[in-house]
Design a protein around this ligand. Structure first.
Ligand SMILES: Cc1cc2nc3c(=O)[nH]c(=O)nc-3n(C[C@H](O)[C@H](O)[C@H](O)COP(=O)(O)O)c2cc1C
Length: 308
């Protein structure tokens, strides 16, 4: 599992919300925490904190296409600034004992093959593995991921390469693994609101969840989001997930629309459970199954962990 990207500048400035991303629950291993930034020293310091919270791997983001990130010299900008990209990798590799990995796109512009020139340099600088999402930054999420490029990168480096992009089924995963020689695939959008997809992609058995399972997972997710973010932030954050979980013909559209109008997550939960009463017992069972153990926390102000 890999965290969303965490800002090194945010960590450096002690931004509470950013530091909250460094909170690792007992059942989240093996876990990569991904950092983005453009300052080797700040990146190295942030990586030390990632190591201190018990992550298993530190990943560096050299692929984010969002302007707010690239104009600071971070994310996909680094695909065109190989010297800085390599300095970032070696600074982080020298700072921590964890494996340091990099996630990159093919390049900034459409048709770019910058990843083929940069990838081997990143490995020389200390990257233990590379994950390639073979779209350009310009493409954002349009078009298709060109995994021929993944195959080329695999041939160029002697570290494991992970293929990211458009892996949504067992068949697709097998095809990408066989045609690229990648060591693994990474699943993004295919698992949004659909954690069951991961099981199918791993073992090939397409067992769609029941209505009760969908509702139970969503209720647990709502509760967890409220615990992490506080009611006010969670209420807004959760809205996109209702469509993802309940879509694809699982529940009628008007039901989803109804939930979107609600602000109180307690009411959302009530309506979800009313739509699939059998989920009540399942929620209890799943909650009891969540492993308990010590969360790793840094010596940080307690409000960091309150989320709100
Ligand atoms: C909502 C969203 C958030 C993402 N956040 C990150 C991120 O924080 N770091 C990262 O390396 N990639 C991020 N990605 C890119 C994915 O990791 C992945 O490379 C891309 O979506 C292609 O894979 P897919 O077709 O399986 O979604 C994000 C993608 C989406 C849709």
């Amino acid at each position: 599992m890999c965290s969303e990207m965490v800002s090194c500048a945010g960590i450096e400035h002690g931004n509470e919300r950013t530091l909250g991303y460094l909170r690792v629950a007992a059942d989240e291993h093996p876990l990569a925490i991904q950092l983005f930034g453009s300052e080797p020293k700040a990146m190295a310091n942030a990586a030390r904190m990632v190591e201190a919270v018990g992550a298993d791997l530190v990943d560096l983001n050299f692929g984010c296409p969002v302007k707010k990130v690239t104009r600071t010299g971070a994310g996909a900008h680094l695909l065109e600034d190989g010297d800085l990209a390599c300095r970032l990798v070696s600074a982080v590799a020298a700072a921590v004992d964890l494996p340091v990995t990099v996630k990159l796109r093919r390049g900034v512009h459409n048709g770019s093959t910058a990843c083929l020139e940069l990838g081997p340099r990143l490995v020389d600088a200390g990257a233990a593995s590379l994950t390639l999402h073979p779209r350009s930054a310009e493409q954002m999420y349009t078009g298709t991921a060109d995994h021929e490029l993944t195959a080329e990168l695999v041939a160029l480096v002697d570290v494991p390469v992970v293929a990211s992009g458009d892996v949504t089924s067992f068949a697709r995963a097998q095809d990408v693994l066989a045609s690229t020689g990648a060591a693994a695939v990474m699943v993004g959008r295919g698992a949004q609101g659909n954690p069951w997809a991961l099981q199918e992609i791993v073992d090939g058995e397409a067992v769609g969840p029941s209505r009760e399972e969908v509702v139970a997972e969503l209720v647990l997710f709502v509760r967890e989001a409220v615990r992490e973010l506080g009611e006010r932030r969670a209420s807004g954050f959760l809205k996109k997930f209702y469509g993802w979980y309940l879509g694809g013909g699982r529940f009628p559209k008007p039901f989803k629309q109804e939930l979107l109008q609600l602000d109180a997550t307690e009411e959302v939960e009530r309506r979800l459970l009313a739509a699939a009463p059998g989920a009540v017992e399942l929620v209890e069972r799943l909650e009891a199954e969540v492993p308990t153990g010590d969360e790793v926390t840094l010596e940080l102000p307690i409000s960091v962990y309150g989320g709100g």
